[in-house]
Design a protein around this ligand. Structure first.
Ligand SMILES: [Zn+2]
Length: 440
């Protein structure tokens, strides 16, 4: 869904001569030598911001937090007809409030979390810092900003925004109420930024397929732990989808020579279909292997596993789903789902995944099991590892190696996530007690 939007916007940019500033805007108060002329013209052109009835734009006028949400929502593809309202946690945004849909949309996208517990202050003026924070989140740099230290709450956001070109041609300071001219500029900056268009990703080394794994410092880890300690794990927005094993290097999976397939191929094919399903449901998906031929930290098995866990943490994923295939002397069959311990969110998810995948594939149901698997034990979020079938069992392989079978597994896991996401929080749920005990 997001890719389509980005493509559409890229096409609009490509065909509208945006860099040459050829728009004929009729705003008498925005002459074509205005610092923000291009941005205002462009956003007007694509219909996300408009002038007033007297044909002025009023570039100096300040806007409210709700009005900024509306602008961001429209820019990011909000559709009033089809949008389903979220249960938003702000008591000062009543159900009948005109901007509720926009606020809900921005909340769902992880762009806002309110002023303090339960307060959104919808009619307050939006400040530059608040607008900057939302755009930083929209380009996927929230974690980077949180890890960037500074004096003020927004120091990290301002720094990361600057590095990513989001502050270009902005004339106001962080604490000031944002004027429409600057608001238009930052949304425009977001739309044309590499980060927003997904070009800033680290490319694996061509020869080894290796990506450098930089260890998280203790300080970074403790910042991350603080964020996770506050998370409501019954609410899902970001999902780490882990295609088990690497395409090359030390962490290679099982192999079935008769079929000529390797575990890391099947796990990726299922993961890729799972990504499509989850994205279609509106979730944000982070992949440990973007492409089938990708490898993540392939110099050792532990490195590979640690890199997957680190990625989940720095992405602040709400769920971790690891896809694997079994192998067992030719006598094993069926599906099993693993979690670190029973009674918590991981076990809840494992039970749903196990039920739905065995139902939709018809493969033997081996049940939910607990184990000390690295990716289950060391993640701060609910985490499940699913063994989707046995690679040395002919019946299982009919499902595992076929497009239709993989699709059935993927849609079943996605449905499990959806159902998990609708359930109530678990009271006093222990998420990896061991991890949290260390902090306490
Ligand atoms: Zn495996």
């Amino acid at each position: 869904m997001k890719r389509t939007l980005v493509l559409m916007l890229t096409l609009i940019i490509a065909f509208s001569g945006i860099t040459s500033g050829v728009f004929a805007t009729d705003f008498p108060d925005v002459p074509n030598n205005h610092l923000n002329f291009d941005a205002i013209s462009y956003l007007t052109e694509i219909g996300v911001i408009a002038g007033y009835e007297d044909f002025t734009f009023r570039p100096e006028r300040e806007i409210t937090r709700t009005e900024f949400c509306a602008l961001m929502a429209r820019t990011l593809g909000y559709d009033k007809e089809t949008y389903v309202l979220e249960d938003i946690p702000f008591y000062d945004v009543p159900e009948e409030y005109w901007g509720r849909g926009y606020i809900s949309f921005c909340f769902e996208k992880g762009l806002i979390n309110g002023m303090e517990e339960g307060v959104f202050a919808p009619a307050d003026k939006v400040t530059i810092a608040q607008a900057v924070k939302m755009t930083v989140c929209a380009v996927g740099k929230n974690e980077e900003a949180l890890l960037t230290k500074g004096e003020k709450w927004y120091s990290g956001y301002m720094a990361v925004a600057g590095e990513n070109g989001l502050l270009d041609k902005m004339s106001q300071k962080a604490d000031e109420n944002a004027a429409r001219s600057n608001v238009a500029q930052i949304v425009y900056n977001m739309l044309v930024s590499e980060a927003f268009n997904g070009q800033g990703e680290e490319e694996p080394d061509e020869n080894t397929g290796d990506t450098e794994r930089e260890e998280l410092s203790d300080e970074e880890l403790s910042e991350i732990e603080k964020v996770f300690a506050k998370k409501d794990f019954s609410d899902v927005k970001v999902i780490l989808v882990d295609a088990g094993h690497n395409y090359q290097g030390k962490d290679i999976g099982a192999e079935n020579l008769d079929y000529g397939v390797r575990e890391e191929e099947i796990t990726w094919q299922i993961a890729d279909k799972l990504r499509d399903n989850l994205e279609a449901m509106g979730y944000t998906v982070v992949m440990t292997r973007e492409k089938m031929t990708d490898s993540i930290a392939n110099s050792s098995v532990i490195d590979s596993l640690q890199a997957r866990v680190d990625l989940a943490h720095t992405s602040f994923a709400d769920l971790f789903i690891s896809i694997h295939c079994n192998i067992g002397n030719g006598i094993g069959k069926g599906i099993e789902s693993y979690c670190f311990q029973l009674g918590g969110y991981s076990a809840r998810l494992a039970a749903l995944v196990q039920e739905k995948v065995s139902e939709s594939t018809g493969l033997y149901d081996r049940g939910v099991k607990t184990a000390n698997f690295f990716v289950n034990k060391n993640t701060l979020m609910p985490s499940v590892l699913i063994e989707t079938g046995f690679m040395d069992n002919e019946h299982d392989m009919e499902i595992l190696a076929s497009r239709d079978g993989q699709e059935r597994i993927a849609t079943a896991i996605a449905r499990a996530v959806r159902e998990y996401d609708t359930m109530e929080p678990i009271e006093n749920a222990a998420i990896k007690e061991e991890n949290y005990d260390e902090e306490a």
